[in-house]
Design a protein around this ligand. Structure first.
Ligand code: HEC
Length: 260
């Protein structure tokens, strides 16, 4: 009697620990709720590291529109083969003059010169999506407006008086600031928003998608192994769920002939 009770407890303990393992896996999904140091409402970046086409487009935008000022010193071009690009494609579409396919994404601009021109040196971008968070960067790139009072002609609602001029103005055009007076709890408050101005090469929908792809790429660049580890994680979860069925059947088999 004692013995069967113990065996039963042990079987329950085994099932329980399996369940606990699932719970740990399920809650290990990273959360993105961290604020970016500004109280401007953030929009949600459509990050999907499994979308290789989006990551490839993002990589191309990064090289063409960000690497004029920002380096990604800890990222090598040939790592982009992870995204399904061949070395030939990397050479043809992404490399400038002297870069080799194995070189890191360094740039020629000296930080001191950049700081003199724009007030602050552009930070390295390798892990920017981890330090600044994807939703913030997504919102930032959608919050530029023309401001003649600023030295470089641009301002930003998510980061007022930012040193970086609008890096994607050719694509988005020149948005304008709209200020409305609204009543809130009996007080007049100013509500600022961005409205379309002179058009760029893209429509609003295309621009949102491009910024989404770019942020997706920045997230990937901060944790390039994540693409693979997520895939492995899914396989592990699948394997464990199959295993659970067999463990449960085994438990039924053990207890079949034992009277309760
Ligand atoms: C003309 C040079 C230039 C280009 C091109 C440029 N940046 Fe910047 N970027 C800067 C500078 C300068 C800063 C520092 C601004 C500051 O803190 O005032 C900066 C800062 C940033 C930051 C940090 C903002 C913060 O809150 O501290 C992000 C994110 C960023 N850039 C993303 C991008 C992306 C993405 C691109 C490409 C689409 C890009 N930048 C292209 C100059 C540039």
């Amino acid at each position: 009697m004692m013995k069967t009770a113990m065996t039963r407890n042990r079987a329950f303990a085994a099932l329980f620990s399996l369940g606990a393992m699932f719970a740990v896996f399920a809650t290990a999904v990273p959360t993105q709720a961290v604020a970016a140091g500004s109280n401007f409402p953030l929009q949600r970046a459509p990050v999907n590291l499994q979308d290789a086409v989006s990551l490839q487009r993002g990589a191309q935008l990064f090289v063409n529109y960000c690497m004029g000022c920002h380096s990604a010193n800890y990222m090598r071009f040939n790592r982009l083969t992870d995204l399904g690009l061949t070395e030939e494609q990397i050479k043809e579409y992404l490399l400038f003059g002297t870069d080799k396919v194995g070189s890191p994404m360094t740039i020629a601009m000296r930080p001191a010169d950049a700081a003199e021109w724009m007030g602050k040196a552009p930070p390295d971008m390798t892990v920017i999506a981890r330090s600044k968070r994807p939703n913030y960067i997504y919102t930032l790139l959608k919050s530029y407006y023309v401001d003649e009072s600023r030295a470089l002609g641009w301002n930003n609602l998510a980061y007022p008086n930012i040193g970086m001029p609008h890096p994607l103005w050719q694509l988005q055009g020149a948005p304008q600031l709209k200020v409305e007076e609204k009543q809130s709890h009996g007080h007049a408050v100013q509500v600022k928003s961005i409205v379309a101005g002179e058009p760029g090469l893209m429509t609003a929908v295309e621009y949102d998608r491009a910024v989404g792809d770019l942020v997706n790429y920045l997230v990937y660049m901060g944790e390039p192994w994540k693409v693979k580890s997520t895939r492995i994680g899914i396989i592990v979860m699948f394997f464990l769920s199959i295993l659970l069925v067999f463990v449960y059947l085994l438990k039924l088999e053990f207890w079949r002939d034992i009277k309760h």
